[in-house]
Design a binder for this molecule. Sequence first.
Ligand SMILES: NC(=O)c1ccc[n+]([C@@H]2O[C@H](COP(=O)([O-])OP(=O)(O)OC[C@H]3O[C@@H](n4cnc5c(N)ncnc54)[C@H](OP(=O)(O)O)[C@@H]3O)[C@@H](O)[C@H]2O)c1
Length: 250
Amino acid sequence: MFRLDNKIALVTGGGRGLGRAIALALAEAGAAVAVASRTREQLDEVAAEIRARGQRALAVQVDVSDSASVAQMVAATHGEFGQIDILVNSAGVGWAEKLVETSDGTWDWILKTNLSGTFYCCREVARVMIAQGRGSIINIASVAGVKGPPGLGAYAASKGGVIALTKVLALEIVRHNVRVNAIAPGYFRTDMNAAALDDPEIGPKIVKRIPMRRAGQPEEIGGLAVYLASDAASFVTGEIYFISGGEMAQ
Ligand SMILES: NC(=O)c1ccc[n+]([C@@H]2O[C@H](COP(=O)([O-])OP(=O)(O)OC[C@H]3O[C@@H](n4cnc5c(N)ncnc54)[C@H](OP(=O)(O)O)[C@@H]3O)[C@@H](O)[C@H]2O)c1
């Protein structure tokens, strides 16, 4: 029930970090995978890794903050594979700044990428999935979306929005056999936070807040994404799954 054979997945932010790890996990479970982001070389590398696992792959350049670009990404994926069964919205950006110091430009950039980008991708792919009568959407939120982490205001607001959007969409399309869930990670070591984790001042403070006393490795998120994408999660929709090394239990 965890197999994804004959399923087609589209993973935004699939060029690196958590999106890449999820794309590879989905491929290992049997899915063909389209990976999408702005950096062509990274997409080509991940597509090659997916093909090395015996699955079909497609690399699609997209800027998720541009709804026209998102529409093209979905058309290209649907055109190549004829269906989209799984959407993972992992494209996102992080920025640390106190709210009172955050400029309009920074606020708009974070919200436009993380929240509007997730909305555009959900809207476009949900239309395909409704027409198909099946699908699973997985949004990558963050523990920041339910906590109040000082210095991460715009980011936390964008991820709180992703959590609300996930629940509403799940209920709006539940009768179309399309499930919508979110994974809310704690700290994982990726390009997004490697500098903070490696900082001699900030890094130890972050790790001290995590009961497991370490950041997650990207590979440790893949199994949860496979589960939510698969028939094993057939009764699961509108849920938020935390994966944080114990951080959310505190
Ligand atoms: N790492 C963590 O600890 C952590 C914790 C909680 C939540 N998250 C969330 O997990 C997701 C993945 O983060 P990550 O840690 O894997 O970061 P990452 O390594 O920086 O990867 C981010 C991905 O998003 C893509 N992206 C960014 N802006 C984009 C845009 N406008 N259009 C299309 N693609 C875009 C990037 O590709 P290009 O730059 O090439 O476009 C890249 O593939 C994000 O939503 C992040 O907020 C991460």
